[in-house]
Design a protein around this ligand. Structure first.
Ligand SMILES: [Zn+2]
Length: 249
């Protein structure tokens, strides 16, 4: 089921990371923004990615993040933490789930692919598990696609990680996509490229390109990213060069 109109989608500027020299994206820019999003859905606000947490010494030492509280970021767009009815994490790296604990102990469901939970289990360096793992009653392990509200569907988009997913927001007047870290930079999406920096696992680069194509095939009006400005189908936005077009068209 789709909504009649697209709900308001607001970007939440949650952090700026200082990328260490060894970080695969550091060559492009020494800093990186971290964006979450909120969908102002008629049934309640849905948060997509929660940025970086504030209490991990290792993360603070390596990335020296400038940090904005999710509560303040939401408040700035007229939404309160208590208005949030669901959290979706694109994946469980530290800069996408860091403020999930604000919701732990409530009845807010936290949606993530089972493959991400498996990765946290397998690799102690995958993320901060205190941030990443919701209490059992709140954790919603997803396997593939899942409709979570009217017009709001989780879509599996593996590549950057095995369990990366995106969110499609559909309405009678068109659709929007929250694509997380399907790509690092919007031009990779436009050109359908999987870079070695964003998709370190060689064997997943084919999946990453398929994920981009899957989202493009929905013909979204706008695609929002975790570390880059949005792409707009009509060429609107900050950078008119960043258009949603095929590499050949
Ligand atoms: Zn990541």
């Amino acid at each position: 089921m789709a909504l009649q109109q697209l709900p308001r989608i607001e970007r939440l500027d949650l952090a700026v990371l200082r990328l260490p020299a060894w970080h695969p994206e550091a060559a492009g820019s020494p800093t990186a923004p971290v964006y979450g999003y909120v969908i102002d859905h008629p049934d309640g606000a849905i948060v997509f990615d929660t940025g970086v947490g504030a209490d991990n010494e290792f993360i603070d030492a390596v990335y020296a993040p400038d940090h904005l509280g999710l509560d303040d970021a939401l408040h700035a767009v007229g939404i309160e933490l208590a208005d949030v009815v669901a959290v979706v994490n694109s994946h469980l790296h530290f800069d996408h789930c860091g403020q999930n604990p604000l919701f732990y102990g409530s009845d807010v469901p936290c949606y993530v692919q089972q493959a991400e939970l498996d990765a946290v289990e397998r690799d102690q360096f995958y993320t901060d598990p205190v941030w990443a793992l919701a209490p059992t009653g709140q954790q919603r392990a997803v396997d593939g696609d899942l409709a979570i509200a009217e017009g709001v569907t989780i879509m599996a988009t593996p590549g950057h990680t095995a369990g990366h997913h995106s969110v499609l927001v559909e309405s009678g007047e068109g659709c929007a996509v929250l694509a997380g870290q399907v790509v690092w930079h919007a031009d990779e999406f436009r050109d359908e490229r999987a870079t070695a920096a964003n998709v370190e696992a060689k064997e997943r680069r084919g999946d990453a390109i398929e994920s981009i194509r899957r989202l493009k095939a929905l013909r979204p009006q706008v695609v929002h990213f975790a570390h880059c400005s949005a792409l707009h189908a009509d060429g609107a936005g900050e950078d008119a060069e960043l258009r949603l077009r095929s590499p050949r068209g």
